[in-house]
Design a protein around this ligand. Sequence first.
Ligand code: GDP
Length: 228
Amino acid sequence: MAPTSHTKPASTALINCKLLLIGNSSVGKSSLLLRFSDEQWLPEDESSATIGVDFRVHKMEVKGKKVKLSIWDTAGQERFRTITSSYYRGAQGIILVYDVSNRESFDALPRWYSELETYVSNSVVKILVGNKVDKEFSRQVSTAEGEAFAKRMSSLFIEASAKTAIGVNEAFQEVVEKILDTPELWEGVKGTRGGQNTGNGRGGVPGGVQVVGLSDQQGQAQEGSCAC
Ligand code: GDP
């Protein structure tokens, strides 16, 4: 006999997720975002020192669940130390990026982590991404060092290259998987439903909003999803 339940199965609900990219200027945050969401790479000579992307929306299916990611880039704010608490609001996942060929960007990580301690809850999923592994010849931070630091900070870890695409999809995939595995994130978000952040991501960061890759209407948070 066919099932008679009228409730929508959890797996068909669209889950909205807010991810943030942070890290020093020029480590490749915008490039990682473009590579992941647009499968695009701007050759170094065609890009300025910092590309600067505000925001992308990307849909994916993880563990049988449909997820709508809104991924925010600092768009160069970090150069002026003006990242504000509103940038962090409602985030469930943080992608901390350093450049494996730039020791300074790795040494700056404790500062980024202390900022996170101030603005986001402990349960927020963090992944440390050592970007630019294609520059193996000028590497200044070893894989083991990155890995050990990430472990100390209770973060996931991956090395990647926005240029060659290695590790990029995996980085985003791993964060989302862990978010889906962390119920308190969903409980917390349900509490703020209808708050400052809208489903279309216009809450939070000042400046332009770019939305791509959406074929249907945005902001249709359904049952079981959050409104981050
Ligand atoms: P952001 O300031 O952290 O957003 O960094 P951008 O994405 O703007 O990149 C800064 C510079 O690094 C640009 O010239 C990029 O082309 C370059 N870049 C970014 N990712 C990579 C990478 O994986 N490999 C190499 N070789 N260069 C990269």
